[in-house]
Design a protein around this ligand. Structure first.
Ligand SMILES: C[S@@+](CC[C@H](N)C(=O)[O-])C[C@H]1O[C@@H](n2cnc3c(N)ncnc32)[C@H](O)[C@@H]1O
Length: 412
């Protein structure tokens, strides 16, 4: 497929479908590239917002990642810039209108290919969400991005995953034989007609994890009519990263990739002992069945050690994401648990005894040392640092696993 074909698709159907006026009502957030998440999984929580972050969003589409990151950088007082790059003028127009609605002035909009980045960069952080799997040569795309990555920098990528997309690929092939040479709007009409007449035995109809074909035309086009769509399993994703001189620092959310989230039988789990974390992740993907995509943070192998923040010192600052800590903390009895959604399944997260009092005080500013002091005073009695740290570690494992709790170091 030529780059012109790809561009034609995204000129006709900028993706995802967005109305700039909606920026007055809400900020679309997600992964990768939520600023707290990037700080946690790429920079070990050490991002200093006094220093300008240089970010690239490669294949920015209608702007979800760009707008989120630029807004969060502005809110954090970071004086850096987000460079938006895309082949499609139509997609860029939507992204520019969204930025204008918000009054964001920290985005540089560019038209071009991520395969030709000469003169751009270096960047501390690169977002490439939903793009690599559409390239003829995803490894060449990732190598090109790595070439623009500053020393110590990292990337957030999203690629499609095969098992959760069961039913998508046979239907893509079926439609390809019927739609060759047709203009985009006619292809959509053909696809909608076929979907309406599919037999009950069709795997896409049986797949509860995929709904894009029931949404806007741009979503249907991306799902079923894309001329190039190649999903990645966990091992294939790790190979892709390695082929560009990168390593997987983290897969989010981490609990998705933890076998014990999916299979509770201790004897089965015992047989997995000794596997590396990536092998366990690959096993989880094969068994859970519902993974439609992978979100990964990548760094150079030499930077792996310090990439992901750990709850290991009194100066660490916990940051909640999309969770009302005080409300949950007050309602949580000692030894209580939280229910969370994980890839289409409800999971129960057992929490430590002090989860309530700790959660009630996490505000994105207090350090672990301060939380320790305050929780000790609140529970009235001796609370050794080691005991507090163990309790916080358990709370962190549960909530970080489902993307709700991140860490930063004591710089702002
Ligand atoms: C599926 S959309 C994803 C958009 C956005 N990253 C998001 O997640 O919402 C893919 C985008 O990548 C762009 N794209 C594809 N190949 C590209 C290339 N070689 N260089 C730059 N952009 C590209 C397309 O024009 C399209 O806007």
């Amino acid at each position: 497929m030529s780059i012109d074909d790809l561009r034609a698709q995204y000129e006709a159907y900028p993706y995802p479908a967005r109305d700039p006026a909606d920026e007055r009502k809400r900020l679309v957030t997600g992964s990768p590239s939520h600023l707290d998440e990037v700080n946690h999984f790429v920079f070990g929580g050490r991002l200093d917002h006094a220093r300008p972050l240089r970010a690239l969003v490669a294949g920015g589409g209608t702007g979800d990642g760009t707008i989120m990151l630029a807004q969060m950088m502005a809110d954090a007082g970071n004086p850096g810039t987000v460079t938006y790059l895309d082949l499609s003028d139509a997609a860029r127009a939507v992204a520019e209108a969204r930025a204008a609605t918000r009054g964001l002035t920290n985005i540089e909009f560019r038209r071009g290919s991520l395969l030709a980045l000469e003169g751009l960069g270096p960047f501390d952080y690169i977002d490439c969400c939903g793009v690599l799997h559409h390239l003829d040569d995803p490894a060449a795309g990732l190598r090109s991005l790595t070439g623009a990555l500053a020393p110590g920098g990292g990337m957030g990528i999203m690629v499609y995953a095969p098992y959760g997309r069961t039913g998508v690929y046979p239907l893509q092939q079926a439609l390809r034989t019927m739609t060759e040479g047709l203009p985009p709007a006619e292809r959509v009409a053909v696809a909608r007609r076929l979907i309406a007449h599919l037999p009950r035995t069709n795997w896409l109809l049986a797949n509860p994890f995929i709904t894009d074909h029931r949404q806007a035309d741009a979503n249907l086009y991306d799902l079923l009519l894309h001329s190039c769509d190649r999903p990645f399993t966990v091992p294939e994703l790790a190979d892709l990263a390695a082929s560009a001189g990168l390593a997987v620092a983290a897969l989010v959310e981490p609990s998705r990739y933890e076998p014990s989230m999916w299979v509770k039988d201790p004897r089965t789990l015992k047989r997995l002992e000794g596997l590396s974390w990536l092998e366990r992740a690959a096993w989880s993907e094969r068994v859970c069945g519902s993974m439609t995509k992978h979100i990964a943070y990548l760094v150079r192998p030499a930077d792996l050690d310090g990439a992901v923040a750990r709850p290991d010192g009194p100066e660490v600052v916990p940051v909640l994401r999309d969770l009302d800590g005080p409300a949950i903390g007050r309602a949580l009895p000692p030894g209580g648990s939280l229910d969370a959604e994980l890839m289409g399944a409800m999971v129960t997260l057992p929490l430590p005894r002090l989860a309530g009092p700790i959660l009630a005080r996490i505000d994105g500013r207090r350090t672990l040392a301060e939380l320790h002091r305050e929780v000790a005073a609140a529970v009235g009695g001796d609370l050794a640092w080691e005991t507090f740290r163990t309790q916080f570690g358990q709370l962190f494992a549960a909530l970080n696993g489902v993307g709700k709790l991140l860490l930063r170091r004591g710089v702002r």
